[in-house]
Design a protein around this ligand. Structure first.
Ligand SMILES: [Mn+2]
Length: 322
């Protein structure tokens, strides 16, 4: 495709009915980019609907949407499907995937290895968030980043860059944020809305989990096992564990942080974090997992004892060379 951005803007201007969707269990980027594009279509006076198979998560219920978030695919829909932040078609959920008209679909994404599942595919892996790509659409259509559009784009970019701390944060990313601030976004009011959304259940889970940190390799590896028992006891789930691995990575002199979560009996999901040259991707790939040099993960089906031993042994071999 010569210039998918221009082509997408032509369709947004020329057509009238759109369904915007993102991956189920939406994160800040999925929800923020969906809303931002909705606000753009609203500004253009177009008909549109927004859809997410799993709806708006509890922690983002406060967020201003351009219209009601549908959780059912509309029966009679003849317009264009715009799919955001989905590395492959299955991420949008099966119902929409089956309903989507492959001849009238747009895929806007930043994941590596995107399967180019739509009619028009705009995939840019250098973008830290889809929200940044939606900004380019707004600019092309001469729509300013004021009010709810700016808020939605800020949510997208801030959450996918760890509030501008990950390596994917580029000068251009901060220039977009500067533009949003010039249009009036008040960070002291807005950022607490995004960040201060923890439930007491989650705090209870972390309290139990943090009390069980295990240290290995001369205290250079910190590991936590989150068991089904802990999750049941605190009435929490997988999403409540998010961020735990980054948190224990903050212990001084720890080079690798690991959180292992019991998914079902004898099935464990693990996340690894490191920084700089310490490559945890090679450790994850030993178990068929994936990710990046400093953030990777995967799954092991065996006993907890086996998982603990294999992960520490593999780290000894592949990372610490001991
Ligand atoms: Mn994203």
């Amino acid at each position: 495709m010569e210039n998918p951005l221009k082509e997408i803007c032509q369709i947004l201007k020329g057509e009238d009915d759109f369904l915007i969707a993102s991956h189920y269990h939406p994160d800040g980027d999925a929800l923020g980019s969906t809303a931002a594009l909705g606000f753009i279509l609203k500004a253009l006076g177009k008909r549109f609907r927004i859809y997410n198979q799993s709806g708006v998560p509890e922690a983002m219920k406060w967020f201003t949407l351009p219209s009601t978030m549908l959780t059912e695919v509309p029966k009679k829909f003849d317009g264009w499907y715009i799919i955001l932040d989905c590395g492959d078609a299955a991420r949008m959920g099966e119902t929409l995937m089956n309903a989507m008209d492959p001849e009238k679909s747009i895929n806007i994404d930043h994941h590596m290895g995107n399967s180019d599942f739509a009619t028009i595919n705009w995939v840019d892996t250098n973008r830290p968030a889809v929200g940044e790509m939606i900004t380019l659409i707004a600019r092309e259509l001469k729509i300013s980043l004021s009010g709810p559009i700016g808020e939605a784009i800020y949510l997208s970019i801030a959450t996918d860059t760890g509030f501008f701390t990950y390596g994917n944060t580029k000068p251009e990313t901060l220039e977009i944020v500067a533009d949003i601030l010039r249009h009036g976004l008040q960070l002291d009011e807005y950022v607490p809305k995004i960040r201060n959304q923890w439930s007491m259940k989650r705090i209870k889970l972390w309290t139990i989990a943090l009390a069980k940190i295990e240290l290995y390799h001369d205290d250079q590896t910190a590991m936590i096992f989150v068991t089904q028992e802990m999750l049941t006891e605190t009435d929490t789930g997988g999403p409540d564990c998010e961020g735990l691995v980054n948190f224990i990575r903050r212990i001084r002199n720890v080079r690798v942080a690991i959180v292992v979560r019991e998914d079902t009996q004898h099935r464990f999901k693990f996340s690894l974090r490191s920084s700089g040259p310490d490559n945890v991707q090679v450790v994850a790939s030993t178990f068929g997992g994936g990710g990046h040099r400093n953030a990777s993960g995967g799954m092991i089906e065996n006993t907890a004892e086996y998982v603990r031993n294999r992960l520490t042994e593999t780290l000894s071999e592949k990372l610490y060379n001991i």
